[in-house]
Ligand binder design. Structure first.
Ligand code: KG4
Ligand code: ZN
Length: 373
């Protein structure tokens, strides 16, 4: 059971508030959370900075994190109406992510924990995307005691990761499948670059796809014979490149062709995911009842896409499963609130670092897999 932590400054329970930091990629973020409840979630986005490169440039990201981290932490406390003395623990993304970027958040978190004599909770970024659907707004504080039934299947679909994760318990995971090349968001962004949609292309593709025909162009369905839940998106990208090159030898892409390409490419990326999801659910039918999942938890930047949510809902309907999604799109893209919510579970179990030596020893783990401890 999850303890309900209150957010009021004058309450003794405010001792349970966590200040969380995420600098895993191109967003500098800090948040204050209390159990599953989000008190503040501040994100300084670097999207404009990286637009010129068409993707994230690690050293540029590091410099921007360095410039923004203090202001972002201050803003997170201010918006939560708390002071640093009200904080009970510091949480930080230890990995996976871009090594130079991770370093800034970890250094800040270590500094705060040591100066203020607070416990430090290092968190896996993919785990927190997987749990992001559990986050609650302050208006839903009454629900904070109820934890959805487990096991559950988390689908994390972001710019850096596309994974199926079996959640047996919080902290006990099995990585059932993952992309062997590009992540789904990365594939969408690369496709967007091919047809000059700007960066990040995912949200623009979603918008354009609404005006297009998803069956106008056919892309291959990858990994159908792999016998596992792994995914691959690089073949789709290559097919899209040949197709657009073929069309543009004849004439520049018309608006409708762009809409149709977006709809067809997006449809194919999501079909690859729902195909593997359906395979998994079919197999579930023959597993013992105690191992059967209760719900699907969706997280990651691409999880804000309504067409993906609809496709997943359609896939799981015959299995009588529920789809849990983050309550706001701000919790899909990278943010520190999901780090704080994840840390809340570990805080409750007293799984944190307190000694100076242990805190000093925390180092970034850029390729940290969610099922490795
Ligand atoms: O979770 P996130 O902020 O960063 C990673 O951890 O990777 O995800 C960023 C990714 C980008 O690839 C972006 O294009 C994609 O999420 N994205 C979307 C949408 N919003 C963001 N993809 C499709 N539809 C969207 N609405
Ligand atoms: Zn992420």
């Amino acid at each position: 059971m999850v303890t309900l932590y209150l957010q009021r400054k004058d309450s003794p329970m405010s001792q349970c508030c966590i200040l969380a930091i995420d600098t895993s990629c191109d967003d500098t973020s800090a948040a204050v959370t209390s159990g599953r409840v989000i008190l503040s979630n501040v994100v300084a986005s670097q999207t404009q900075l990286h637009k010129q490169f068409g993707g994230v440039f690690p050293t540029v990201a590091k410099q921007a994190h360095h410039e923004h981290i203090d202001a972002v932490v201050r803003a997170a406390l201010r918006r939560a109406n708390l002071e640093i003395k009200d904080i009970a623990a510091i949480a930080v993304t230890q990995g996976p992510g871009l090594a130079p970027a991770l370093e800034i958040g970890i250094e800040k978190a270590k500094q705060l924990a040591l100066e203020l004599h607070l416990p430090l909770i290092p968190i896996n970024h993919v785990e927190s995307h997987a749990l992001s659907a559990l986050a609650l707004p302050q208006t839903k504080i009454a629900q904070a005691h109820q934890l959805p039934q487990l096991p559950a299947l988390a689908i994390v679909v972001s710019g850096g990761h596309t994974e199926f994760i079996l959640i047996k318990k919080i902290g006990e995971y099995e990585r059932l499948g993952f992309t062997v090349d590009d992540a789904a968001g990365e594939a969408l962004d690369k496709f967007g670059r091919m047809i000059d949609l700007g960066y990040p292309a995912g949200p623009i593709i979603e918008q354009f796809a609404r005006k297009g025909n998803p069956h106008a162009y056919t892309f291959p369905l990858p990994m159908t014979t792999s016998g596992n839940a792994n995914l691959s998106f690089s073949g789709l990208k290559t097919a899209a490149r040949s197709l657009t090159e073929k069309i543009t030898t004849d004439h520049p892409l018309s608006k409708q062709e762009i809409y149709d390409l977006c709809a067809s490419f997006q449809y194919s990326v999501f079909r690859a995911i729902t195909y593997k999801l359906n395979k998994f659910l079919l197999n579930q039918k023959s597993t013992p009842a105690k191992n059967q999942i209760f719900a699907i938890w969706l997280g990651g930047g691409v999880a804000s896409n309504m067409a993906l949510r609809t496709a997943i809902r359609k896939t799981i309907r015959p299995y009588n499963l529920r789809l849990l999604t983050p309550y706001t799109k701000r919790l899909c893209i990278d943010n520190a609130a999901m780090i704080g919510v994840t840390a809340g579970f570990y805080f409750q179990q007293k799984k944190y670092l307190t000694s100076e030596a242990d805190i000093q020893n925390v180092q970034r783990i850029p390729r940290w897999k969610v099922d490795q401890n």
